[in-house]
Design a protein around this ligand. Structure first.
Ligand SMILES: [Zn+2]
Length: 469
């Protein structure tokens, strides 16, 4: 299958050029002006062609709880999330589709789904997400979310401590499950990649981390985890290891060019140096960090230290959307208030590179995707520059990143296959998806989370918050 996009605007070092882009065998085969057309001809006039972005950290099934969780910090928010998490693979399938649609329509061609597993139906959960992503055609990196400690272990013990229930599954059984998932689902040729994704130091044992490193080495897979999202986790790392979480992860061999880490809010300068030295990737989730009050990640320091940074939406229950362009905008301009030296601030072109090539690097896939380069996979997006939100004509990338683009995505290709045309997803019936999401949910504003009630007093105590009313 081959095609030619004619007369699209593409960014070059000196500004923009009008060029034709040809695709053959799922890859970009030529970029130049006035190419002799091959295959189907697509009109790129008044459209901007950019490499697809990576939604480099999300949890698709959280879509069922977007908009409902009250303002809470991560540790209490998680307790509420887990009290109401989906228990049905069909729901997982639908929310994976929803996550993919919103990612595609905001410039994404790849998604990293740190997938919450339904207890007792773990492989069915992964199968449901795989089915959704293959049907819609987005490139999927699925990191089944694993842990081997129960939720309360994620808080610092402080002086008092708190009783922890045993986790539902043994470390050994979890690692066996991951190996089964790799054998069953890892299929990069078909656009499905499995990541080893322990949730983070707060809920995982040394043995679980080491088992993931071993599987990653044996199957040459990427590693993914949350890292120091909250101040509570920074305290917890000191309690558990007597050193920073980053130093601990380096010591056990978890950090590498194949490792991406979500959030990275509470790292100090020594930690940042380790991230640079190990060539690990930071996934910046600015909206989630604001929503949960986690803090502002020191992104400008990462960039100055040479650390690769990409963007994620994080799950829709802490965002509460999957609009990648919104996350990129916020994640770019947020840091202007953290450093007075405006020469360090992120430019729109740098944002685009972080979202595309930065995302690819974090998945050890920079040779295959992340830029408009001959030989790379045809994962790219055409933006309609006649959309009202991208007018009048100024700097297209400047307005795409700094503006509030609506209906700006005209077409999306993943692996050379067109997924979106004229602003509509073509591979699935989005009206059907809307109906299913509507029928399987209800309007509600009040619900009580038993788990929040159980752990709130301890949380307030260790975080030194007032215990009175
Ligand atoms: Zn997350």
């Amino acid at each position: 299958m081959s095609f030619t996009i004619q007369n699209a605007l593409i960014p070059v070092d000196s500004g923009y050029e009008t060029a034709d882009v040809q695709v053959a065998d799922n890859c970009i085969s030529a970029i130049a002006s006035n190419l002799t057309p091959v295959g189907t001809i697509i009109d790129g006039k008044n459209k901007l062609l950019l490499p697809g972005f990576v939604n480099a950290h999300t949890h698709s099934s959280e879509m069922w709880q977007r908009g409902i969780i009250p303002p809470l910090p991560l540790e209490l928010w998680l307790a509420e999330l887990y009290d109401f998490t989906p228990l049905d693979p069909e729901q997982v399938y639908l929310s994976a589709l929803g996550t993919a649609v919103e990612t595609l329509l905001s410039g994404g061609t790849s998604v990293v789904d740190h997938l919450v597993l339904i207890p007792g139906q773990e492989l069915e959960t992964i199968a449901a997400a795989v089915r959704a992503y293959q049907e819609i055609g987005i490139r999927a990196f699925i990191g089944p979310l694993i842990q081997d400690k129960s939720l309360t272990a994620g808080m610092p013990a402080g002086d008092g401590g708190i009783e922890h229930a045993a986790y539902i599954r043994s470390t050994k059984a979890t690692l066996e499950l991951m190996e089964a998932a790799i054998k069953q689902f890892h299929n990069p040729e078909k656009g499905v990649n499995i990541l080893l994704a322990p949730t983070g130091i707060q809920l995982c044992s040394d043995a679980l981390f080491e088992g993931c490193i071993d599987l990653g080495d044996r199957y040459n897979l990427c590693l993914h985890a949350h890292l120091l999202e909250t101040n509570a986790q920074k305290q917890l790392a000191q309690e558990k290891y007597g050193c920073s979480a980053v130093k601990y992860l380096q010591q056990i061999g978890f950090l590498s060019p194949r490792t991406s880490l979500a959030h990275c809010v509470w790292l100090d300068d020594d930690d940042i140096a380790i991230m640079a030295e190990t060539q690990s990737t930071v996934v910046h989730n600015p909206l989630s960090n604001l929503r949960l009050g986690s803090g502002i990640a020191p992104i400008l320091k990462y960039l100055q230290a040479g650390v690769n940074v990409s963007f994620g939406c994080d799950g829709a229950a802490s965002n509460d959307s999957q609009d990648l362009l919104e996350a990129i905008k916020m994640g770019s301009i947020l840091h202007n208030i953290t450093d007075l030296d405006y020469r360090h601030w992120i430019t729109p072109r740098e944002s685009v590179e972080m979202a595309s090539l930065g995302g690819a690097k974090g998945l050890n896939a920079a040779n295959e995707m992340g830029s408009l380069t001959v030989g790379k996979k045809a994962d790219f997006v055409l933006y309609d520059l006649t959309s009202l939100s991208l007018l009048p004509r100024t700097d297209p990338i400047g307005l795409l990143i700094l503006g509030r683009p609506t209906n700006a995505v005209d077409s999306v290709w993943v692996n050379g296959k067109q997924i979106v045309a004229e602003g509509k997803v073509k591979t699935i019936d989005v009206d059907d998806l809307r109906r299913e999401l509507f029928d399987r949910s209800e309007w509600t504003s009040q619900r009580q989370s038993p788990m929040v009630g159980k752990i709130e007093a301890h949380y307030r105590q260790v975080m030194k918050l007032s215990l009175g009313g």
